[in-house]
Design a protein. Structure first.
Length: 202
């Protein structure tokens, strides 16, 4: 195992370790979770009609169903280009990963916040929107990064990836579809999953 591979492995395990800490804290009702969520909600204030409309659009774009469709077409494109190994990698990291999210949701059974600004069912922890969007954007990063040769292009790509993920996370909290700890956990779970998957190459 190379040093580069070890770093990816350690990064992935570190993300999952922090995720596990949040999961345990949520399940056991630790006080800092409520404070973290309170601060997270405060950041999204105030509620405004124009913000609600805009963030509704953003949260729809980050819907796992939408992401699944985008992933399906990305896989088709890779198959068309005869990049079968990459197509299988993309397929597995998104679809198998989301099964992990569903399993955790139905194990934790965290009820969603009250006073929601959007109609949504299911359980709250972790955020499926955050996980699916993060994996998809990190997948784009993995596929496009080797093609970009100039440093400024790579900087722009990283900024775009971070911005999209952050906006989806913000939308879920603002619309009261999730607690801030839900979206944080969703991001950490996705990062850990991605780091472990890139060990096998893209």
């Amino acid at each position: 195992m190379t040093i580069h591979t070890k770093k990816k492995l350690l990064a992935g395990l570190a993300c999952w370790l922090v995720f596990t800490g949040i999961l345990v804290a949520v399940v056991t009702g630790q006080g800092w979770v409520r404070e973290f969520d309170r601060i997270g909600y405060a950041i999204t204030h105030p509620v405004r009609p124009w913000k609600t409309g805009l963030l509704n659009i953003i949260t729809t774009c980050g819907d796992p169903f939408v992401i699944d469709i985008l992933t399906f077409f990305l896989v088709l494109l890779l198959v068309y280009k005869r990049r079968f190994r990459q197509a299988l990698w993309v397929d597995a990291i998104q679809y198998v990963g989301y099964l992990l999210v569903i399993g955790i949701k139905y194990s934790v059974l965290r009820v969603r916040p009250i006073h929601r600004l959007v109609n949504v069912g299911g359980y709250s922890f972790p955020s499926g929107h955050t996980f699916a969007t993060s994996i998809f954007m990190l997948t784009i990063l993995s596929l496009v990064w080797p093609v970009l040769k100039k440093r400024w292009q790579r900087y722009l790509l990283v900024i775009a990836v971070i911005s999209v993920i952050a906006l989806v996370m913000l939308s879920r909290v603002y619309l009261r579809a999730h607690f801030p700890t839900d979206v944080t956990a969703g991001l950490l779970l996705a990062l850990g999953w991605w780091f472990l998957f890139v060990i096998f190459g893209v």
